[in-house]
Design a protein around this ligand. Structure first.
Ligand code: ACM
Length: 509
């Protein structure tokens, strides 16, 4: 192509055609079924920052946008887009494919006096991985439903399919449960730094799930167990072990001027790995079964995430037995368990998916833990922390963010990694997908999320959607930085407060 067209994630094939561009205007006719027509109006109005009527007209007298279902394009999300002066057609086998084509269309719009031009071309596009995720930590800081919906819109615009909500951690429990209202009554009011907290009612959660589903995203809820559970002890002291304060945790807390974790007191610091549920008590298993049962009933999607990371306060043999039992419990609830890769060492239910959060150059322990999920039946989701943990600083001057994942993560580092080269022996067949993560110890609003996610979320989306790194001259950093720079005007119209990274040639407008 194409390097000049600001298309991210990079499509599989882009063929410019001869001929004049298609013109999109407020009253361009649409030929589409009602759901697809509504999606087109919503997506194109947001992308132009104008209300586009796009009247549905099966026999239009001027060039139209046609959205067509066709069974010869696959898998889910794949689409074809043909643009010419006489009309623009997007065809796909399913609604996610039509939406993906519409999001590509938003990246092609060039403003002109009487509307928006789309160059004459043909795009044939298909995703590499079916699971293309974004994790949002709503525990360290709370984000209201409207912010979560805004994040869903941003994820959908990059053709992501899953929103993983990290709902619980040491600092708070953010989801109201009918069986255990004490969790949110006692453990949702605070956040890191003593900032205000909050929680989602069951209705809020259902609203988020429905909003995501409308945009073809599946919500993956995470209840982090058996560590990262200090907040549970605020509601149920008998279920929580005493915090394990190591000399390292104490030294780090002192350096940050934070209080140490104390049983029964909300924790507002940045430390990790000190908390555990009491696994020597059957009451804990009853509690976990209740919580996961209610969560399974509330969640239409196929996955429940159980955490399992950094349980340094849990005895190893108790950890292994717990993960084995609880992943089986989730499987018996009819859901696919996901855990962080730490649980790979345990005898988890065979279909359990492991989420790899090690570095792009794995240490042997992390690699072996990830490989264990592949040796069973589950597979892995890849979230290499020094590439797609979007709460890492871009460079030493970034106001928000952390640096523990091998220092700052430049946009280039977020881009230049290849999923099939990450962990020895783990290839496309073993990879369920790629997920970026935003932890929120240092982020407390949508502006902050935007600044940390954009443009690096676009790099993660390209790893998840596009062909392997280096397989095409355009699947390269040099091409990406130019393509992503061309998205600046679209992101501004969409109200995305992206980080204006100095290594990217941002287009004006
Ligand atoms: C993690 O970053 N502790 C999964």
């Amino acid at each position: 192509m194409t390097a000049t067209l600001p298309l991210v994630p990079l499509p599989r094939s882009v063929s410019p055609s001869d001929g004049a561009p298609f013109l999109l205007a407020a009253r361009t006719p649409l030929i589409a079924e009602s759901d697809a027509a509504a999606a087109a109006r919503r997506i194109l109005s947001a992308a132009t920052a104008q209300t586009l009527d796009l009247p549905t007209d099966p026999l239009p007298s001027s060039p139209a946008i046609t959205l067509t279902h066709t069974s010869d394009i696959g898998p889910s999300g794949a689409y074809r887009l043909r643009s010419a002066v006489g009309g623009l057609e997007i065809s796909a086998a399913d609604a996610p494919g039509l939406a993906a084509g519409l999001h590509t269309l938003t990246q092609l719009l060039e403003p002109v006096t009487d509307g928006w031009e789309v160059p004459a071309l043909l795009i044939a596009d298909t995703p590499r991985f079916a699971y293309r995720g974004l994790m949002l930590d709503v525990a360290r800081h709370f984000f209201p439903v409207d912010d979560v919906c805004a994040v869903i819109d941003r994820a959908a615009s990059l053709k992501l399919t899953h929103l993983h909500l990290h709902l619980t951690d040491d600092q708070a429990w953010r989801l109201e449960l009918q069986a255990h209202p004490a969790l949110t009554d006692a453990a949702s009011a605070s956040a890191v730094g003593g900032d205000p907290g909050g929680f989602y009612t069951r209705e809020d959660y259902e609203r988020i799930v429905a909003y995501a589903a409308d945009r073809h995203l599946t919500v993956v809820p995470e209840i982090d167990l058996p560590g990262h559970t200090h907040a549970v002890g605020l509601a149920y002291p008998h279920l929580a072990a005493d915090p394990v304060v190591t000399p390292q945790l104490a030294a780090e807390a002192a350096a940050r001027g934070e209080a140490l974790p104390a049983a029964g007191t909300p924790y507002t610091g940045l430390g990790v790995g000190f908390s555990s549920l009491r696994l020597d008590d059957e009451a804990t298993f009853d509690f976990v079964a209740d919580v996961l049962g209610e969560l399974a009933r509330l969640t239409p999607g196929p996955y429940l995430h159980l955490g399992g990371d950094e349980a340094f306060g849990t005895a190893p043999e108790e950890y292994d037995a717990f993960l084995s039992r609880v992943t089986q419990l989730v499987a018996d609830l009819g859901k696919v368990p996901i855990t962080w890769h730490d649980a790979g060492r345990a005898d988890v239910a065979p279909e359990t998916i492991g989420q790899y959060w090690g570095l792009t150059t794995p240490d042997s322990e992390a690699a072996e833990a990830a490989q264990a999920f592949v040796h069973r039946a589950g597979g892995v989701i890849l979230s290499p922390a020094d590439a797609v943990y979007l709460d890492m600083k871009y460079d030493d001057d970034t106001p928000r963010g952390l640096t523990w994942a091998n220092g700052p993560t430049s946009v280039r580092r977020a881009y230049e990694w290849e999923p099939a080269s990450l962990v020895d022996g783990i290839t496309d067949d073993d990879i369920v997908g790629v997920e970026a993560a935003v932890w929120t110890e240092t982020i407390d609003d949508l502006v902050g999320l935007d600044a940390m996610m954009f443009p690096r979320l676009a790099a993660a989306a390209e790893a998840a959607w596009s062909a392997p790194l280096g397989s095409d001259p355009d699947r390269s950093w040099e091409s990406f930085r130019r393509r992503v720079g061309g998205l600046g005007p679209l992101w501004r119209r969409q109200g995305i407060a992206f980080h204006p990274d100095g290594r990217i040639p941002w287009a004006k407008g």
